[in-house]
Design a protein around this ligand. Structure first.
Ligand code: BES
Ligand code: ZN
Ligand code: ZN
Length: 478
């Protein structure tokens, strides 16, 4: 998609998309003075009410050629919200190809929202389909001229955001025979070269040296060997503040010996959604040259089965020193995360930390597929994350970390056990990580429900959603 900004409707377009609130019909006058009587007659004849998402197509003659004007209703202005606006714009321009179109969106104050929604409508993941190769040979460029409340700078930011979110989605959508720890690291390196951050990739030897015993236990049975991926972007060398972003990087989760049933396993290529999120977010942060310091860490591995797999009942060590009784090998994410979090605080000296993980099926039970679950040890830092989520139009809901939930993780024979029992699974998983954080401000984001969708909804397509990439970017920018 090529997108550029215009201040008036001038050149020749194949189609014009005009987004309008009910109260702002008079804007038709401004852009289509010559045709206004005709347009109003059609509106009356078709009983067009400017309802949410309602569409009216009118063919007009301009300079001896025909142009299709599509008016898309936005409903009543005071009733409108950002989610609905994004959906209307996304659906309005979704699937248009090989055309030059103009979009008039000046009645929508937030022009960045408009640009993002147009850009997001282009997402597809069809590289494994024969047809897509044929289509590539044809010209499928969409050219958009946008007339709205947006500066060139904001448009460039929206393009960066699109790139970061699409990168995260692609990484999630790639199958586990393509994206495994080593290739995930290669993708991180590619992004670092493209957007301007640094990456260190540590192999098993170094992971052993670091004492990441829990991470290694999870990795043990897999054919693809683990990698510790450490990405850094230092935009403010004068500051000692450093935000750590730790993403769960299970490139596949079979459940291990506590094997998942097939129907729960089939989307487990997406268990590196947290890793994809931090790579996507750091790409945007770096390309926008945000003046903050960020370290993003991924303990990438696959939870597999085999003769040397870790077992239910095993007691394993951690980099931090605590011992863990493993009572379910499918609760593996928290084991990799506690070592990654400890590494980020202890070795990289992060002063604040956010971990992002497809951690619990219980998050889907509690909040469904649209809202990310959060746990935090710090109200002030949580408020910042919440503000960032609001700026991003990504839904977030905080769950409590009352001490009685933490008690559910006490083991009879080790310092902790890796499951907290039948209830409050999202809370106990989050609080398991909290036990390795210490005093620094920490927010845990469980994206098990939100990073993937089995069916398109609102402005999301099937598969990886890239949710929380924008929240992390806006958090760092705050
Ligand atoms: N990766 C899963 C969580 C998950 C479930 C992500 C559904 C996306 C969709 C995680 O490793 C897991 O299996 N968690 C267990 C924990 C349980 C054994 C305490 C779960 O949620 O069942
Ligand atoms: Zn699991
Ligand atoms: Zn998992």
């Amino acid at each position: 998609m090529i997108i550029n900004l215009i201040s008036k409707i001038g050149e020749k377009y194949d189609e014009i998309y005009f987004f309008l609130y009910k109260e702002e019909k008079m804007l038709i006058n401004k852009h289509f003075e010559k045709h206004v009587d005709f347009i109003n007659k059609v509106i009356e004849k078709k009983d067009f009410k400017f309802k949410n998402g309602e569409k009216l197509s009118i063919v007009l003659e301009e300079n001896n050629s025909l142009v299709e004007l599509n008016i898309i209703g936005l409903g009543k202005k005071e009733k409108s919200d950002n989610f609905t606006l994004r959906t209307n714009i996304f659906k309005g321009v979704e699937g248009i190809k090989n055309k030059k179109i103009a979009v008039i969106s000046e009645s929508i104050e937030n022009g960045k929202l408009v640009a993002e929604s147009i850009l997001f409508s282009e997402y597809k993941f069809d590289k494994y389909k024969e047809k897509s190769k044929e289509e590539k040979n044809n010209l499928d460029e969409l050219e958009v001229s946008l007339l709205g409340n947006i500066s060139l700078e904001e448009l460039n930011e929206a393009i960066s955001i699109r790139d970061g979110v699409f990168l995260a989605r692609n990484l999630v959508n790639e199958p586990a025979n393509v994206i495994y720890p080593e290739t995930l690291a290669i993708e991180a390196v590619k992004a670092s070269e493209k957007y301007g951050f640094t990456v260190d990739v540590y192999d098993e030897e170094k992971i052993k040296e670091l004492g990441m015993e829990a991470f290694l236990a999870v990795s043990r049975a897999a054919y693809y060997r683990p990698k510790l991926i450490v990405m850094k972007y230092l935009g403010d060398p004068t500051s000692s503040e450093l935000t750590g972003l730790v993403g769960k990087g299970l490139t596949y989760d079979t459940g291990g010996l506590s094997l998942k049933p097939s129907t729960s396993m089939d989307t487990m290529k997406s268990d590196m959604g947290g890793a994809a999120t931090v790579i996507g977010a750091l790409s945007i942060i770096a390309s926008q040259k945000i003046k903050k310091n960020v370290v993003a860490v991924i303990a990438a591995c696959e939870n597999s089965i085999g003769g040397n797999a870790y077992r239910p009942g095993d007691i394993i060590g951690t980099m931090q020193g605590k011992t863990i009784e493993v009572l379910n090998t499918d609760a593996e994410g928290r084991l990799t995360l506690v070592d990654a979090v400890h590494y980020t605080i202890n070795n990289e000296k992060a002063t604040k930390i956010v971990d992002i993980a497809t951690l619990t099926g219980a998050a889907l039970v509690a909040l469904g597929t649209t809202t990310t679950a959060a746990i935090s040890n710090n109200d002030e830092f949580y408020k910042m994350v919440e503000e960032a989520a609001n700026l991003s139009d990504e839904r977030l809901w905080r769950l409590p970390n009352f001490p009685e939930y933490g008690k559910l993780l006490e083991s009879k024979i080790a310092d902790l056990k890796n499951i907290g029992g039948k209830y409050a699974g999202t809370i106990t998983a989050g609080m398991f990580i909290e036990k390795f954080v210490g005093k620094i401000p920490w927010v845990h984001l469980d994206i098990a429900g939100t990073s993937w969708t089995d069916a398109p909804y609102d402005f999301y397509t099937y598969g990886g959603t890239g949710q929380i990439v924008k929240t992390l970017y806006n958090l760092i920018k705050l």
